[in-house]
Design a protein around this ligand. Structure first.
Ligand SMILES: Cc1cc2nc3c(=O)[nH]c(=O)nc-3n(C[C@H](O)[C@H](O)[C@H](O)COP(=O)(O)O)c2cc1C
Length: 150
């Protein structure tokens, strides 16, 4: 990214980092692009990773889930994210893994998830996130404020 683009995106990146800093945990839901992490998500994590050693993601519980049109269920993207987030010092919630293949079958026309098995996996993942929040910050109340990159 050139210097002009960096300066243009700074306010958004700082809001994103502030939102992460104010959160008990982060839940990332990702698709998979060509067997990898979508560039926009990778870029957002790169912003949040700085300054080195003092990232807002450091010691922050981060959970992953993903849905794709193909067979992988986003396993490749999630494996790559685990590596990057571990490198930054985030606490990546180990399980359950929520990998959703052939996702177009599982949503209705309003894009509501109607598959009960997948809903149950997501419920368990959210419970696990709350568990890790209590482990990392036993005194903190657990908030449910959504964080987005927009
Ligand atoms: C550039 C691009 C590459 C993609 N590559 C894959 C892929 O390798 N495997 C897969 O299952 N889905 C792939 N998809 C589909 C996405 O994983 C995803 O299911 C779909 O794009 C909907 O999510 P989105 O609206 O956030 O892009 C790709 C989509 C795009 C736009």
């Amino acid at each position: 990214m050139g210097r002009g683009a960096v300066l243009r995106h700074r306010p958004v990146a700082f809001r994103f980092k502030d939102a992460i800093a104010a959160s008990n945990a982060v839940l990332i839901a990702t698709p998979e692009y060509n067997g990898a992490v979508p560039g926009v998500l990778a870029n957002a994590i790169d912003w949040a990773s700085r300054p080195t050693g003092r990232s807002v993601l450091r010691n922050k519980p981060v959970a992953l889930m993903g849905a794709v049109l193909g067979q992988s269920g986003s396993a490749n993207a999630q494996a790559a994210l685990r590596g990057v987030l571990g490198r930054i010092g985030a606490i990546v919630v180990p399980d359950p893994q929520v990998l959703v293949p052939r996702a177009s079958r599982l949503f209705n026309e309003q894009v509501d998830l109607h598959d009960e098995g997948t809903r149950e996996e997501i419920r368990q993942l959210v419970e696990e996130v709350a568990h890790w929040c209590r482990r990392v910050q036993p005194e903190e109340p657990v908030s449910t404020q959504p964080v987005t990159a927009s």
